[in-house]
Design a protein around this ligand. Sequence first.
Ligand code: TYD
Length: 154
Amino acid sequence: MLEKTLVLLKPCTFERGLIGEIINRFEKKGLRIAGMKMLQLDDEILAEHYAHLVGKPFFGILKESMMRTPVVAMCLEGVDAISVVRTMTGSTNGRNADPGTIRGDYCMSNQQNIVHASDSPESAQAELNRFFRPEEIFDLGSLNMPRLYALDEV
Ligand code: TYD
């Protein structure tokens, strides 16, 4: 099924000059960029975004690290995009993430781990609504679809 998912390029990625390189990996894979912008996160949006982690001892430093610079938010689209992007992202801790995944190739940390990616259809929907207004996500129509997929895949 054609899906949309949310990716955040975290402050560590911005600071390390890796924004273009990470966007390039998603583009080369064949995911279509349906929305993209820079934004500064704050306490309120992070308490919502990381609601499942609010009670954890690392929540304070996680929040600080996510507010250090602006982030880049992307809406990526493709067949099974949610699981494809999670697979590309790799395990949370970069030290354990498989080589070939983004976290496996670009980081050594459990927290400074380059990207956030939605983990289910429900969270993709909620997270896209959290970070994008409807008019900021574009209808790409059939753009490039015949090159990306067989006729019976879409
Ligand atoms: P989580 O939703 O568990 O992982 P993922 O990003 O792989 O979906 O955690 C969200 C973020 O919280 C994670 O990317 C980095 C941070 N985090 C820590 O700083 N320390 C930890 O022990 C864990 C589990 C997460």
